[in-house]
Design a protein around this ligand. Structure first.
Ligand code: FES
Ligand code: FE2
Length: 343
């Protein structure tokens, strides 16, 4: 360590949905502590099942609700003087007064719970969510549901906290055909068949084979479809290989580091009994996670290059992605990308 690294040049305050926990980490009645976007937060689940994410500090005298706070019905009770706050952050009870302090509110955040995970909506201007978290099963409308897959949590996930990387690095991976051969050891350079960067939800499809002999990519009949949900989340579906879905989630902790979460779902094999099918799923998920870990080594030591020395074939994809990414940064944080150099 020693010499502090320069702050990443990309804004760590992007707008969007960001995974902050797995659902199983917030069972009913639990209060879960976390820090994201430079703020200390708590996630807690009321007894009716709804998850609330709010600032961690009580608006009375500032106790941290994650250290001894308790869930009472669908409210959270502060450990210091027993004030209760509801899921909208409103004070609903001061135990030693006959009425609550209706003017006091703890800041809460929009939350979506989907695919075994809890997502928080972050926007520095506090605008309401204007796009949705894709459903890793429903998004493709192929009739397949979560029941067709083994659960990802807790055996088919990766949690790698506190990494010095940026969410945009991770999405750039999705347009980076040249890295697959070196980082993922694929026999043939993949071919992108779709790169659609317009709306906050964007799409990338690519033909890829992880095994086999080098040959023509046109003859490969396996591919991956990815849906990027802003900068915080990308979900994928595989075709023509081990039936898998993945969710990659990168969440800024502060202006230097991010927590990375990766979830893998492997399709059930109906010809096997439950236990054997699950053991097979865990084994395949490990393989997928290992591929992802190979990327993390690069990302966590990478320094954002702008302008990047893009080769001809890289130009369109990277440029489209980098332009698209800017929409998620607060206007004062946006950078004018100098024209990427063509070879
Ligand atoms: S600090 Fe929370 S009730 Fe007093
Ligand atoms: Fe990769």
């Amino acid at each position: 360590m020693g010499v502090p690294m320069a702050k990443p040049p990309l804004s760590m305050r992007p707008t969007g949905w960001f995974q902050v926990a797995w659902s199983a980490e917030v069972p009913p009645g639990a209060v879960h502590r976390m820090t994201y976007f430079g703020r200390d937060l708590v996630a807690w689940r009321g007894h009716s099942g709804e998850v609330t994410v709010m600032d961690a500090y009580c608006e009375h005298l500032g106790a941290h609700l994650g250290h001894g706070g308790t869930v009472v019905g669908d409210d959270i009770q502060c450990p210091f003087h027993g004030w209760r706050w509801n899921s909208a952050g409103r004070n609903v009870c001061i135990p030693y007064e006959d009425r609550p302090n209706i003017g006091k509110k703890i800041r809460t955040y929009p939350v979506t719970e989907r695919n075994e995970a809890v997502y928080l909506w972050h926007d520095v201007e506090r605008r309401a969510p204007y796009f949705d978290v894709p459903d890793v099963f429903g998004a493709w409308d192929d009739g397949r549901t979560a029941d067709d897959y083994h659960r990802s949590h807790p055996d088919q996930i990766l949690f790698d906290p506190g990494l010095e990387l940026h969410p945009q690095y991770v999405l750039e991976n999705g347009v980076d055909f040249a890295h697959f051969k070196y980082v993922h050891k694929v026999p043939i350079i993949p071919l992108f068949t779709r790169q659609e960067f317009e709306e906050p939800i964007s799409y990338v499809d690519f033909t890829i084979a992880f095994e086999g002999e080098p040959g023509s990519i046109e003859e490969v009949d396996s591919w991956v479809e990815a849906i990027n949900c802003g900068l915080g989340l990308a979900v994928t579906k595989s075709h023509g290989m081990i039936d898998n879905r993945t969710a990659t989630a990168v969440t800024p902790v502060d202006d230097r580091t991010c927590d990375v979460r990766f979830s893998v779902w492997i399709g059930r094999d109906p010809s096997l009994d439950e236990e054997t099918s699950r053991a097979r799923a865990i084994k395949h998920a490990r393989g997928v996670i290992e591929q992802f870990q190979a990327d993390i080594v690069i990302w966590s030591h990478q320094k954002y290059a702008d302008p990047a020395a893009l080769a001809r074939g890289e130009y369109a994809g990277f440029t489209a992605l980098r332009r698209w990414a800017q929409q998620f940064y607060p206007p004062e944080d946006r950078i004018e990308h100098t024209q990427a150099a063509r070879q």
